[in-house]
Design a protein around this ligand. Structure first.
Ligand SMILES: N=C(N)NCCCC(=O)O
Ligand SMILES: [Zn+2]
Ligand SMILES: [Zn+2]
Length: 324
């Protein structure tokens, strides 16, 4: 068969899957996530992956605005069958790359409003969205958008940091404050929400008291280490139950050895193996949306962080696809 020299080998059947890497080199062509079709290339889609290149909310190292591009580049190597979940997610659902939401880097307020509007619009076109950040500020407009569809959602937040601090330099909207603002706004079901992987120094003991007052529960990295993934999953599942679940994953929940490319790294984190296993263990829950944030390529080496993030997105998409 004569192969085209320009362009890509795409499968003809529906759902439209990724470019076939056994026919077109996976390093050729434009990097959509996992070489999936773009949203404009298919008549309709079930799950969209969208980037939010935005990092105006950071308190330390900048650069997460380059996260979406970097994760897409690393995602070229993903393959269509996921043995760990015994599923081919791109056959079960039409999964697409919806490109990037354009966010104003000079006006945080305008950016946050624009992200909410774009995510709301995309949410009307597709069933579920997985967002690649961007700094953690974006979780606030994403939760505002998902709230319009599902009401208050259970939030499972994997992060080294609580991100329920009040303000930085008097600013209420930053990457250290999204879950405080979201809980104040009633976007989160506070009877079913949890942080996972919390560790590292705080400003004071009061941080934990404030977080508890808001209604969050915490499963620390130390708990995971001492009790293992199955016991951790049991705690998470008991907390979340069957509620509509939003999963927000700050890549700094991973140990800096597994994710050096991030803005506020903390020693002593989870391995990517542990995080991937936990996502798989949640696949039967009602996951309505997710984000993977805080990948900052300037501090990455050999795509370590981007490879981890691309696999995290892949497991999230698979979990959404298998549940139906
Ligand atoms: N969301 C992330 N990654 N970090 C928040 C850290 C806030 C601080 O500098 O205290
Ligand atoms: Zn963090
Ligand atoms: Zn965070």
């Amino acid at each position: 068969m004569q192969q085209p020299r320009i362009g890509a080998h795409v499968s003809a059947h529906s759902p439209q899957g990724p470019v076939d890497a056994s026919l077109t080199p996976r390093y050729a062509g434009i990097a959509t996530f996992a070489k999936l079709p773009r949203i404009e290339d298919v008549p309709s889609a079930d799950i969209a992956i969208v980037g939010v290149p935005f990092d105006t909310g950071v308190s330390f190292r900048p650069g997460a605005r380059f996260g979406p591009t970097h994760v897409r580049e690393a995602s070229r190597l993903l393959r269509p069958y996921n043995p760990a979940q015994d599923a081919s997610p791109f056959e079960l659902k039409q999964v697409v790359d919806a490109g990037d939401i354009s966010a104003n880097p000079f006006s945080l307020e305008e950016a946050v409003n624009g992200i909410e509007a774009a995510a709301t619009e995309l949410g009307e076109q597709v069933d579920k969205i997985v967002t690649i950040g961007g700094d953690h500020t974006i979780a606030l407009p994403l939760l505002r958008a998902i709230n319009k569809k599902h009401g208050p959602v259970a939030v499972l937040h994997f992060d080294a940091h609580l991100d329920t601090w009040d303000t930085y330099f008097g600013a209420p909207t930053t990457h250290g404050t999204p879950f405080r603002r979201a809980s104040e706004e009633g976007l989160i079901d506070m009877t079913a929400s949890m942080h996972g992987g919390i560790r590292g120094p705080l400003y004071g003991k009061q941080d934990l008291a404030d977080d508890e007052m808001l209604g969050f529960q915490i499963v620390t990295t130390e708990f995971v280490e001492e009790n293992g993934v199955p016991a951790t999953l049991e705690r998470i599942r008991n907390r979340v139950g069957g509620k509509p679940l939003y999963i927000s994953i700050d890549i700094d929940v991973l140990d800096p050895s597994h994710a050096p490319g991030t803005g506020t790294p903390e020693a002593g984190g989870l391995t990517s193996r542990e995080l991937l296993r936990m996502i798989r263990g949640l696949a039967d829950l009602n996951i309505v949306g997710a984000d993977v944030v805080e990948v900052a390529p300037a501090y990455d080496h050999a795509q370590i962080t981007a490879v981890a993030a691309s696999h995290v997105v892949y497991e999230l998409v698979t979990a959404m696809a298998v549940r139906g």
